[in-house]
Design a protein around this ligand. Sequence first.
Ligand SMILES: [Zn+2]
Length: 562
Amino acid sequence: MNRTRLQVLLCLAAAAFFLNACGREHPAADLVILHGKVWTVDKAHPQAEAVAVIGSRIVAVGSDAEIRSWAGPGTNTIDAQGKSVLPGFNDAHVHFTSGGSEVSGVKLRDAATPKVFASRIAEHARKLSKGEWMTGGTWDHELWGGTPLPSHDWVDAATPENPVFVTRYDGHMAMANALAMKLAGVTRATKDPPGGTVVRDAQGNPTGLMKDAAMGLITRAIPAETEEQLLRDARAGMNEARRNGVTTIQDISSAADVRVYQVLEKRGELTLRVYCIAPLPQWEAPARTGIRAGFGDEWIHLGALKGFADGSLGSTTALFDQPYSDAPGTSGLPNAMMLPEGNMLKMALGADKAGLQLAVHAIGDKANATMLDVYEQVEKQNGARPDRRWRIEHAQHLRPADFERFAKLGVIASVQPYHAIDDGRWAEKRIGHERCKTTYAFKTLLDHGVRLAFGSDWTVAPLSPLLGIYAAVTRATLDGKNPGGWFPEQKLTVAEAVEAFTMGSAYAEFRETEKGSLTVGKFADIVILDADLFAVAPEKIKDAVVSHTIVGGKVVYGAGRQ
Ligand SMILES: [Zn+2]
């Protein structure tokens, strides 16, 4: 038992003793939830009807009759109406402030043709002041049949005064307009950087499209957002999170993001808890100050590092052993962090020695295998140590032999189930049937004893755990072509999917003793739905709606909001 929990229980014992003298068994709760289908994700007591909360913590989980005795005149009572009551969702992989900025930015995600893409950019440019950059967008050229790729001349005429750098939804390709290239100094003389491609037309001129590391050629010219802008983004993000029952995010954070979360905490504005994941190449900064994985308070904590082993499937930059089926000239690219050879191992050794947690993006089978090699080497050179909780982010395409290695090394598969029903529309075209058998292979991972942490990868996918759970349970691709499930043997049960989005994610951020289940002494981070997830047909899970989001005992979304 940790100290905070012990303190809570001691306080409660003292209060109970005092109130006993007045003839009551225990103090009145601040909040009780009654008539719920409570799924606790606590193996000792998986189901209940009701929950009682005092302050920020859960004090009782039980039957309606038991919990009713906790209600007093000042207690806020929520009737869950026989619907699901779950631990708050913990999204293990988000890009939060960029998500927030996209809520109010140009929207290209559903631009179904190049024409719509260009006209949305033109329309949005009219809202910007002169010189203001247009970024984000999250376009998807697969909606256009995969070709053509966007090009600067589609939008130049409509954006003479605003530099544009709009990103593909997976963040591995982006398109610059002529002004952005001019400001960034990109010309036909610009060479491809290591780990990146400047896409060129038949005459050798850049089309504006930058792949992976080449995106840096443009982004370095974009001025950083001000703190005011970032605060606005974070608030927009929290609004989305509350609506979707997300009570913790594990965020790929810049230093400016971490500062903004601290401002929000100080002002009492945070309505979710944040695990900040810093860029791996900066590992020496936290190491030098003595920060270890999990350092921080109950709202914000630190100590994980995000690295990249490769690119993405959509951009054909995910690194595979064998060439792409639809682009046989390439088998993908290692990320710049892997270069020169041995660089990733060097950073991993240093970060691990300092007690920091590694969370490295790996999509292709070769990238995943290489990261497992790196982790093996770190264990060999730094020695065995329990509780490293290494993560691989995405763990998308795996060699059949690597499931065992994930389990043996205790590597957490930090995966985003929505990607399976999204990419599942076209993944077979790209890498063929055989490799798709071990793609988004959540069930095989669980069967091997690998821990799953679920996330959304917002803004790559919607910030909606319910959609993620739907995706993991049905594997029904978004195009409606696989109603019985795309590689249905990889479907999870509702219980498995809920656990991965709560307890699994909590474990991945070293907080499983504080959250992840509805257990006495843990944070009262709770979500109530308008449906019983365990009773509805799987295809209806996507229609379920969050009715209440409760963080630290406070109703931050829904009726009875404080
Ligand atoms: Zn991501």
